[in-house]
Design a protein around this ligand. Structure first.
Ligand code: SF4
Ligand code: SF4
Length: 367
């Protein structure tokens, strides 16, 4: 029975999605986008909004990965991993425990706490769980965000549900465009149609309400419920189930598309984790100052998980007027400015930071 594998995968997925915000690496969530500072914490590293090329790289990699999975495994995401499917399956399984009569009512009622859990989990990807729980019903922003999400998720699950998969979901439409003749699909064996008992068990269990006997339907989410239902009937007669998986996983496209995806993942990984631990940007201010004085604005980014102490200095014959010593907490940025007074004639200035094994020098103009 496929159901037990599907339930196991769905359980793991639910634990990962709700548990990931609780995982901290270098003192920060493993995966979280911090809205006030516009930075993305990603498994012990931080991506700043100015590093747009990395965000673009992540998006492109996700698209490539989706294309690879879809071309080879069809709508496996929809039936086995999509959070909406997982939630509706979980809801249905719990409601079934209360018997057929109450099932519908229990399903609708159960969606209320489930939607709340989904909403708060979504917030945890923006605000750390401990802070969310502390500010929930205290901060009006967090509270209103939570309540709006709760209502929206509830309405979507209760009133759209599986219809979302068949008529609205843009990913579903994209998947249909990516299919080829070898993509893994669930197909009814037409060659054995004369031996089919026409009991319609496969139709009754289908969550999206299609009849697999009528041929491949673009609404099919590959959930395998029809295979399991048919197996119960057909095995009694010593036959394999009529609907079953059809397609070829091992083929040239799997290797070349898989290799491109793996290569893109490797490049992205190297780009993110091979960045310098500290970045230093300097620009000269254009504000008028007494002759012989220039002001420079600087930004220092600490990309690492440790606090660092840095000294601002210049190898040129100049006096720096302003704060020289800078302490930078983990994953933080600091903006500051410093006045520079040269001892003689100066056309270019070298401004640097050093400390904790870091030494960076930037060249800039002097007027
Ligand atoms: S469950 Fe199997 S035997 Fe029954 S109608 Fe569907 S395909 Fe035919
Ligand atoms: S046809 Fe079968 S695999 Fe497709 S959605 Fe219905 S039950 Fe799931």
């Amino acid at each position: 029975m496929w159901k037990k594998y599907r339930r196991a995968i769905e359980t793991v997925q639910a634990f990962i999605l709700t548990g990931l915000p609780f995982l901290t690496i270098n003192g920060q969530s493993a995966l979280r986008f911090e809205i006030p500072t516009l930075k993305l914490y990603v498994f012990g590293s931080v991506i700043w909004i100015r590093e747009f090329y990395l965000i673009l790289g992540i998006v492109l990699f996700c698209l490539l990965f989706i294309a690879f999975v879809t071309v080879i495994f069809g709508r496996i995401w929809c039936g086995w991993l999509c959070p909406q499917t997982v939630l509706l399956d979980l809801n249905q399984s719990i409601a079934k425990l209360f018997g057929r009569k109450q099932q519908k009512t229990i399903q609708t009622l159960l969606l209320i706490p489930l939607s709340a859990l989904v909403s708060i989990t979504m917030i945890w990807y923006f605000v750390p769980p401990a802070e969310t729980l502390k500010t929930l019903f205290v901060s009006s922003t967090v509270t209103s965000f939570f309540l709006v999400l709760w209502v929206a998720v509830y309405l979507e699950l209760a009133f759209l549900g599986r219809r979302f998969c068949t008529s609205i979901c843009p990913y579903a439409m994209l998947q249909n465009a990516l299919f080829d003749k070898d993509t893994l699909i669930i197909e009814y064996d037409v060659s054995r149609d004369d031996t089919c008992m026409k009991c319609d068990e496969c139709v009754r269990v289908c969550p999206v309400g299609i009849d697999i006997k009528q041929g491949l339907n673009s609404s099919c989410i590959a959930c395998t419920e029809c295979i399991d239902a048919c197996r119960v009937i057909s095995e009694k007669r010593g036959m394999p189930p009529f609907p079953n998986f059809k397609g070829r996983i091992v083929r040239p496209k799997t290797f070349w598309l898989g290799s491109i995806t793996a290569f893109a993942a490797l490049v992205l990984f190297l780009l993110i984790w091979n960045r310098p631990p500290v970045d230093f940007l300097v620009i000269r201010d254009n504000t008028p100052l007494p002759s012989g004085l220039n002001r420079y604005s600087y930004t220092i980014y600490n990309n690492g998980g440790n606090e660092i102490a840095l000294e601002l200095s210049s190898p040129d014959n100049v006096t720096l007027i302003g704060e020289h010593s800078i302490r930078l907490p983990s994953f933080s940025a600091i903006h500051g400015s410093i006045l520079v007074k040269p001892s003689g004639k100066l056309e270019h200035l070298r401004l640097g930071i050093s400390g904790g094994g870091i030494s960076i020098i930037r060249n800039t103009g002097f007027l």
